[in-house]
Every structure is written in C-alpha cells, then in structure tokens.
Design a protein around this ligand. Structure first.
Ligand SMILES: NC(=O)c1ccc[n+]([C@@H]2O[C@H](COP(=O)([O-])OP(=O)(O)OC[C@H]3O[C@@H](n4cnc5c(N)ncnc54)[C@H](OP(=O)(O)O)[C@@H]3O)[C@@H](O)[C@H]2O)c1
Length: 262
C-alpha cells in the first residue's frame, strides 16, 4: 500500500487512523498535516508522523478539516503536491466545489463515523472522479473500518452525514437518561455504569444483527401489561420517534445548508 496523508488530524482522522492501524495498515504508511499542537501530540503518541515539508510525491490525501478550512486546505494540496488523489471527509461541501478548481484531479467524498476506531464504522462513499482501480482501493481501505456503502449523489452523502456521521452522538445523548438512572442504582459507580450501558448497546447490536426485524425484537421484550409496554406507551405518547425524526431532518438540513455556504 502507498502512503496516506491525513490533512487535518482531529477527531475523525484519529478514529480512522486507530481503526486502520488495528486492521493491518502499518503506522509508517500513515502521515498527517495539522497545525493544532494538541492533535499533533495525540498522533505522535499513536506513533504517526507528521509529513515532512520536502515530500511532494503523495498518492492519497484524506481531507479531514472542518468545512470552514476545507477549501484553503484543498488548494494547499493542489499547489504543493504532485497530482495526488483526494478523499474529502468534510461535511456539506459538494464535490463540484472542489473539482471545478482542478478538473484533472481524482476526487471523491467519504462520510465515515467515529465507530471506525473500533472497526464498527459505517462509511458512505460518493465517487466523483476516482478511476475504477482507485475507487476499488478506496473501498477496500474503508472496508477495514466496518460497513461501506457507495451512493450515487452528493445529496445522499449529506443525508448520510446527518444520520450516520452524526449518528453516534444521538445515541450518546439518549443514553444519558440511562446513565442518570443507573448512577443512582449503582451507588455512583461510573465504571460499572459504563459497562452496563456498553453491554446494553452491544446486546442491541447483536440482536439486530442476528434476529433482524425491529418490531419482532420489540415484541420479544414487551409482554402484555408489563414494564416495557408501560415504558413504550409513555415514549410513544410523548412522540419519541417524531422527535427523533425531526432531529435527523434538522441534521440533514444543516448538512445541505453548509454546502450552500461555500
Ligand atoms: N467528527 C466526526 O465524527 C466526523 C464524522 C464524519 C465526518 N467528519 C468531518 O470531518 C472533518 C473534520 O472533523 P473533526 O471533528 O475531525 O475536526 P477537528 O477535530 O477540528 O480536526 C480538524 C483538524 O484540522 C486542523 N486544521 C484545519 N485547517 C488546517 C490547515 N490549513 N493546516 C493544518 N491543520 C489544519 C485543525 O486545527 P485547528 O484546531 O487549529 O483548527 C484540527 O486539528 C469535518 O469536516 C467533519 O465534517 C467528522
């Protein structure tokens, strides 16, 4: 495998690097460029080196800066390196905003999530101008981090951003209600509470993976006039699903708005 450079070494780059290196990608094949000293330290601690200024022969850049910094960073790559391929992880900004700056470049978008760190990520890919062989290699790279799905428009990447890129945060937020109850129940023992919540989520994941249908899974837990039924009834009457769906729509809307800001 040729070297990969992360332009931006923050949250998502660190998650991807951890996932890649625990799935057979050698640390010496990964480099980063980042101005933030805290992120530099974190990556050095993971055994990842910053890219030497003298190197211009980079095959693949992964653009992983915030949207506000993306176009400057992209231009810097175009100006300083010899025709690299570029995969953008940046939310919102459409492929054409980049490719119109240089029509010869191989460019695509990828929308991963932080669970890539544990090889349980989900990444949506949208190819703009990667050649067939480069796309195959990119697909195989992200496959090391979990599930990969190829979509056929920028707009679907925006939807994935709101649902999957942001997805883990919705569950972390929801789980705060469980944490609150469990902390009292477990005499404020954070360690055991985290273990319980993690197992609850792992169990949910395994049930979905093995048994599939969500309605059947609900039925298997909720017996007539039981506690689950009472809990579900209250959640439904408070329109839990509608609230959730509104949240997802707000995130998708924001992702599309970002694309109009650039
Ligand atoms: N976090 C996620 O879960 C997630 C998931 C999917 C996609 N994404 C996308 O990934 C991108 C990065 O998100 P993030 O959460 O990883 O951001 P982040 O933690 O802020 O990391 C970005 C890093 O890039 C550095 N940087 C920005 N411009 C630079 C430049 N010109 N030269 C050198 N370093 C530069 C930043 O430094 P400063 O701190 O000094 O600005 C920062 O250390 C975003 O566009 C986001 O939409 C994120």
């Amino acid at each position: 495998m040729k070297d990969i450079v992360f332009f931006g070494g923050g949250n998502i780059a660190q998650a991807l690097i951890a996932g890649l290196t625990s799935n057979g990608v050698e640390k010496k094949k990964i480099f980063f460029i980042d101005r933030n000293t805290l992120n530099q330290k974190k990556l050095h601690r993971l055994g990842i080196k910053s890219l030497k200024k003298s190197r211009i022969d980079i095959d693949l850049f992964i653009l992983s800066v915030k949207p506000k910094d993306a176009l400057e960073a992209y231009k810097e790559i175009l100006n300083s390196y010899r025709k690299p391929k570029i995969i953008s992880l940046v939310a919102g900004i459409k492929s054409s905003t980049y490719t119109k700056l240089n029509k010869d470049i191989e460019f695509m978008r990828a929308m991963p999530n932080t669970a890539a760190k544990y090889s349980q990520g989900i990444t949506a890919l949208y190819n703009s101008s990667f050649k067939k062989n480069s796309l195959k290699k990119a697909h195989s790279l992200f496959s090391k981090l979990g599930t990969v799905i190829e979509v056929d428009s920028d707009s679907k990447i925006d939807t994935f951003t709101g649902v999957i890129g942001s997805g883990p945060a919705y569950f972390f937020q929801t789980l705060k209600s469980f944490e609150k109850k469990l902390m009292k129940l477990c005499n404020q023992d954070e360690k055991i509470v985290r273990e319980i919540i993690a197992n609850l989520m792992k169990g949910v994941g395994s049930s979905i993976e093995n048994d599939g249908d969500l309605d059947n899974l609900i039925k298997a837990v909720a017996s007539k006039k039981g506690t689950t039924e009472a809990g579900l009834k209250s959640l439904k009457s408070n329109k839990l699903n509608q609230i959730f769906e509104k949240g997802l729509s707000a995130a998708i809307k924001r992702s599309k708005e970002i694309s109009n800001e650039f």
